[in-house]
Ligand binder design. Sequence first.
Ligand SMILES: [Ca+2]
Ligand SMILES: [Ca+2]
Ligand SMILES: [Ca+2]
Ligand SMILES: [Ca+2]
Length: 426
Amino acid sequence: MKFLVIIAMTITSFATLASHNYIVKLKSGLKSNHKINKTLKSLGNTQSLNTSFGSFQLVTADKALNLKSLNKSLNSQIEYIEKDVTYHAIRVANPMTDLVDDPRAKKQWALFNDGKNSGGFFFGGKAGEDINVVKAWDITKGSRDIIVGVIDTGVDYSHEDLKNNSWTNEAELNGVEGIDDDNNGYIDDIHGYDFVNNDGDPMDDHSHGTHCAGVIGAEHNDKGIAGINANVRIMGLKFLSANGGGEGSDAIRAIDYAIKMGVHVLSNSWGGGEQSQALIDAISAANDAGIIFVAASGNSSSDNDSRPTYPCSYDVENIISVGSFSGTGKKSGFSNYGAEKVHVFAPGGNIISTVPNNKYKKMSGTSMACPQVAGMMALLVSQEMMTPVQAKERAINTSVKTEKLQKYSQSQGRMDTYRLLENIQN
Ligand SMILES: [Ca+2]
Ligand SMILES: [Ca+2]
Ligand SMILES: [Ca+2]
Ligand SMILES: [Ca+2]
């Protein structure tokens, strides 16, 4: 096969010279090529091509030649004259990179797994083990009416791939510094709020939150990567500090802020071992407000059914607990699971996304799988009004069941964006 492709490409390079190109194979055993070469020169420009399988002349004519009559009249000197056919490189089409101009999109196996873009150094991936979003983009690429809150280390809202999809509080943007212009109880909260340092600037001083934000809604431009949503508004809700830790009371304040400011989906790539009634109360209030609460299942390779972790394992109906699978379609080694307590699986290994200062980086974890689901939920609710419970059931029931993931979550498989939007159930 390789031989055929190389030959085809060599011939193509000649074919591009002019519109009427021909290949002539000379008869072997002629005393001299002089006579026939002279004849061919009268037809157009010629170029010799000597190969181990014969002598050829390439003819470039000003007008189309009558091949039937030439094959007949030159029969004693040539094997044949034929058109120089134009060939095209045989490649595996990547519908994703045909669709978007973002230069790093080809590395986003989560969105389109071609079997080569998902592997680590030693192991390849498996084509098709992805969230099938490219097909879903025919239906919607999201809406700026939808607000996704990222409760994390903050978001670099000035990033080249995020700035136009960042949520902006217009009253504060056009307001007075030091004054709570929209009277929401928070001063200068232009792109969200920083509950760690108690200021209006949720700028990311870590990188984790910005990475999650890119998965959800990196712009479809000619930079970086492509988010699951081309259009969305991302709110930075910083409660994890520069070292990645945070207080439950700050998470509660972040959820309260999200309810107040009309968020639709919350992405929560954080967790810990202890129960908190106050956190349950906050998530329940978010449920009452119609907010879908997506949460990472944890990275301790353990069973959340027997060893729950929080907030993902709380019994509040708007929580969607997310496990991680790798480019092979298998559960990521680190990912927690739970036939009951984990709801869905999404890609979380070797995920490329945005990090502060216009940079991009690969990271792994259920932290990376969680925003995939938050992004898919944003696409869903941009299309169809529904309660958080309905959205969660849709996510579970439209997942593609796979043998590899069968025992790890309620969905028994991986999420599929197209099936989610079209409500294609098992
Ligand atoms: Ca304010
Ligand atoms: Ca202000
Ligand atoms: Ca700050
Ligand atoms: Ca981009």
